[in-house]
Design a protein around this ligand. Structure first.
Ligand code: IFM
Length: 404
């Protein structure tokens, strides 16, 4: 297969031992994740979720093939998550068999020369957690501490662990209310829940420190909040509980995961707040998630994360585009990597780049937005690598970053 190479002027060498890889999350690829609260919502009578996850990509069984394709392309890192609902199906009940499953995934990575980057929590919870208060339970920190302790039994020789994925998106989801007439309503983040999630992260970090041998951090969705001129103070207010609070929590961590896709412009609105996100201007190119095509976001995200954390080492733990046009994926990623190289030249300490996603997967309600470097047939689960996989693997093999 020949990789499509967009016009570019130069390459910059990446630092030694730079991680080049791709990411997935359990519920989005494993299939049959029946014990999660999300599954319950997907299959509830009258659900507002357009499409259920079902068998997803059947990666629960096909992970050796997925890791093999990633390795054969030349990448050297795979980020995946373990599923709490499988490991602790009822509160206090630990499934040794499921822990062994994730240990086999780690071993498969190691056998293929791949660095496993393990996420402990990526959006989904066991049903029992959701039915018993979730983040509003005064036991939430202890529950996550205990889950981290359980997971350490399979984390030997894992170098990097992400405690919680996108806590700043989760804080919005926790507050989401389903309005049968207008769909899902996100009233905004709750500082109470934000603090509860932060406490869980710090407890998990303590456990991992005591366990030793792993570097830990969490991964924050960086939304590149930009202000309409004159609306900077409102932008800062909007941004604090949606992003900066979560970046501040990472100040003592070994690294922070930076996740970047797009920007959000804050300015005047007609609603009660009087300010908020602005609509995309007419003619803006949109991706399959409806987001603005804006690869430069990654450079802004890295600089902002550096500034707020005070220079904690960073790893891009997600970046990508939902598109049916794989050439556009390569162009977007070239633009994003180029912006990353500029940020690095500007002093940002970036240790790796993990593309979202390895596979076309379940995008929280639909399989339509295809983020993958590999296509997955919805009936047979057959994997078909796209040219972008070979292209990204080629950069990894040469350890170079393209400059658009
Ligand atoms: O699919 C999600 C992922 O679960 C978290 N970060 C953003 C991705 C694209 O929406």
């Amino acid at each position: 297969m020949t990789a499509f190479t967009p016009a570019m002027t130069a390459f910059t060498p990446a630092p030694d031992r730079f991680l080049w890889g791709a990411a997935t999350a359990a519920h989005q690829v494993e299939g049959g994740n029946v014990n999660t609260g999300h599954w319950e919502l997907e299959y509830a009578p009258g659900t507002t979720v357009p499409e259920p996850s079902g068998d997803a990509c059947d990666s629960y069984h096909r992970f050796p093939e997925d890791i093999g394709l990633l390795a054969e392309a030349g990448l050297n890192a795979y980020r995946f998550s373990v599923e709490w609902a499988r490991i602790e199906p009822e509160e206090g009940v630990v499934s040794r068999a499921q822990l062994d499953h994730y240990r086999r995934m780690i071993d498969t990575c190691r056998d293929r020369g791949i660095d496993p980057v393990v996420t402990l929590h990526h959006f989904t919870f066991p049903r029992w957690w959701e039915h018993d208060g979730g983040w509003y339970s005064d036991r939430s920190t202890d529950r996550f501490r205990r889950f981290t302790e359980i997971c350490t039994s399979v984390l030997d020789d894992v170098d990097r662990v992400i405690t919680i994925n996108e806590p700043n998106m989760m804080v919005n989801q926790t507050e989401a209310r389903i309005d049968t007439e207008n769909g899902v309503n996100f009233p905004g983040p709750s500082p109470y829940v934000a603090r509860a999630i932060a406490a869980a992260h710090h407890a998990s970090t303590e456990v991992l420190r005591e366990f030793g041998g792993v570097r830990s951090g969490w991964s924050v969705a960086n939304q590149v909040f930009q202000a309409v001129p004159g609306w900077e103070a409102q932008r800062d207010e909007w941004q604090y509980w949606r992003e900066d609070f979560f970046l501040e929590q990472a100040r003592g961590d070994d690294f922070i995961g930076v996740q970047s896709y797009l920007r959000t412009i804050i300015g005047p609105t007609d609603d009660a707040d009087g300010f908020g996100p602005q609509p995309w201007p007419e003619g803006t190119e949109r991706t399959l998630t409806g987001w603005e095509y804006y690869p430069e976001a990654l450079g802004h995200a890295l600089r902002h994360t550096r500034d707020v954390t005070g220079g904690v080492p960073m790893m891009v733990t997600e970046n990508g585009i939902a598109t049916a046009d794989d050439r556009r994926r390569i162009q977007y990623t070239t633009g994003a990597l180029s912006a990353m190289a500029e940020a690095m030249a500007d002093g940002c300490d970036v240790r790796g780049y993990l593309h979202w996603s390895l596979l076309d997967n379940y995008e929280w309600g639909s399989f339509h937005p295809t983020f993958g470097l590999i296509a997955v047939d919805r009936d047979t689960f057959a994997r078909t690598p796209k040219p972008s996989l070979a292209w990204l693997g080629g950069l990894a093999q040469r350890n170079v970053i393209p400059r658009a």
